[in-house]
Design a protein around this ligand. Structure first.
Ligand SMILES: [Fe+2]
Length: 355
């Protein structure tokens, strides 16, 4: 099949989806381009209407444009990924390894090079606002009125201030308590570091006010799980609260999708918890497409009856728009496409109850 430019596919998809609602969306993160990625076969068999790459899409770990390009070239050369790209619109944000350095934030001197490589690979249109502003945050709305799905892709790297690293003593202490290494950061209640930067925060509030029935809010790092010591919104507690406030104050129908962790799980923040919205807020973490293996860890918000799955996986959202109250199935699927974790909700449940 002739390979169409991604931008063309996206505009074709936008035209199609103006008529046709999105009812099957797949997503994933953490794909090391130097190792096999057999998971794409199951993703192609599912025939999603949209695929969302949620970061660590390549492990370039470099500020060198040639190395960044080589990493994206290696991903493009994976045959089954090529098939997906030919048939399916792809939206993307990045995380640290495609941003260019492990756990990097605003200080990363390679960010202009990684942004250039990102925009080239994903064929960002010449008139895209991404070319004028910092970072790569973006949003799109698919489908007809009454069945609109908004996809909001946050950039949790470009503007992010410093995190508080554990001292050696603190690391030893946390390890002694839990019997294993549980990360390298501690929440810093006093920190005024930003996660999104002022401009992106303002943009997010405006996006959330746009009319849509369901909103997929993509954050490369986890927002609800708050007990591990790896990267998470909870390392900047004021920013985690601001995110939950921003959702509560501006929008119904929000679902969070995240990656980064080399494990997958489904979390649920109950209504009005930690300053969050007046409706249940779900987060589906899918990581990774081939980078996996992190051990069991606590998460008091993990959905009852589900568990960590830490082998190659991808996430799926299926929406049945024909139901009176449209149903939403959130799944983690294994490398063969079998669902290993699932949670269900309805659009009606993602609204404040009779307030
Ligand atoms: Fe990451």
């Amino acid at each position: 099949m002739t390979k169409l430019p991604l931008a063309l596919l996206l505009s074709a998809a936008a035209a199609v989806h103006a008529e046709e609602p999105l009812s099957r969306i797949a997503f994933g993160s953490c794909a090391n381009e130097h190792r096999p990625q057999p998971v794409w076969k199951a993703i192609n068999e599912l025939k999603p209407q949209l695929f969302i790459l949620m970061g660590d899409n390549v492990y370039a770990d470099s500020a060198d444009p040639a190395k960044l390009k080589a990493s994206y070239d290696a991903l493009a050369a994976i045959a089954e990924f090529g098939t997906l790209r030919e048939n399916t619109p792809i939206l993307a944000t990045w995380d640290d390894h495609d941003y260019g350095r492990n756990d990097a934030g605003a200080e990363w001197e390679g960010k202009k090079a990684s942004k250039a490589a990102f925009m080239e690979f994903f064929e960002t249109p010449q008139d895209s606002p991404l070319r004028e502003r910092g970072g790569i945050y973006d949003a799109k709305i698919f489908g007809p009125e009454g069945k609109r799905v908004q996809v909001i892709l946050l950039d949790t790297r470009w503007f992010r201030g410093p995190l508080r690293k554990m001292t050696k003593e603190e690391a030893k202490e946390t390890q002694a308590k839990s019997g294993k290494k549980i990360g390298r950061y501690l929440p810093d209640e006093q920190s005024d570091s930003s996660m999104l930067g002022d401009e992106q925060w303002k943009w997010l509030a405006e996006e959330l006010k746009k009319p849509a029935e369901l909103r997929l809010l993509i954050t490369s790092i986890q927002a609800i799980p708050n007990e591990h010591g790896w990267e998470k919104w909870g390392n900047l507690p004021k920013e985690r609260k601001k995110l939950l406030d921003c959702i509560r104050d501006n929008a119904t129908g929000v679902l969070l999708l995240s990656g980064d962790r080399h494990l997958s799980e489904i979390s649920l923040l109950p209504p009005e918890t930690d300053g969050g919205p007046f409706y249940p807020l779900y987060e589906v973490t899918s990581s990774g497409l081939n980078q996996t293996g992190l051990p069991e860890e606590d998460n008091r918000f993990r959905v009852d009856g589900t568990k960590i799955y830490n082998q190659p996986n991808f996430g799926v959202i299926e929406i049945d728009w024909t139901a009176k109250d449209p149903t939403i199935a959130m799944q983690i699927r294994d490398e063969r496409g079998k669902a290993v974790n699932e949670a269900k909700t309805t659009l009606g449940q993602l609204k404040p109850c009779s307030r």
